[in-house]
Design a protein around this ligand. Structure first.
Ligand code: THU
Length: 132
């Protein structure tokens, strides 16, 4: 498992280079390990109409789900930040929708620093399907 997670960080780092971030210049890469055993990657894609920007995490999750995956076992996120990057609130909610039990969120930076938390730690007291 640990080796898998290292691969996720490497893939997130690599896909980050494809980020389209001409406005913020802040490039982010994400890689999710899905229940089909495959890794889906994503980078942030900005728009001149700034609010249409989609974060790297959501690009990766939506790629996975649209290919048929339904559960995410782990996700790695990488940016060139001082501390390991932390996913935004919107992405936490989207990750939670598809997170397998005990889904790990690996937050990393280009210096090689990492912090790993469970999705439940990142979005406590959350709104879920069980609440509908
Ligand atoms: N961004 C992500 O892709 N993921 C995050 O976790 C934080 C923010 C992107 C959105 C935007 O393109 C840029 O980073 C600056 O906010």
């Amino acid at each position: 498992m640990m080796q898998n997670l290292e691969i996720l960080v490497e893939k997130a780092k690599k896909v980050r280079e494809n980020a389209y971030a001409p406005y913020s210049k802040f490039k982010v890469g994400a890689a999710v390990l899905a229940d089909d055993g495959k890794v889906y990657t994503g980078a942030n894609v900005e728009n001149v109409s700034y609010g249409l920007t989609v974060c790297a995490e959501r690009v990766a999750v939506f790629k996975a789900v649209s290919e048929g995956a339904r559960q995410i076992r782990a996700v790695a996120i990488v940016a060139d930040t001082d501390k390991p990057i932390s996913p935004c609130g919107a992405c936490r909610q989207v990750l939670l929708e598809f997170a397998a039990k005990e889904c790990k969120v690996i937050m990393a930076n280009l210096k090689g620093e990492q912090v790993t938390k469970s999705i439940d730690e990142l979005i406590p007291y959350s709104f879920t399907k069980e609440d509908l």
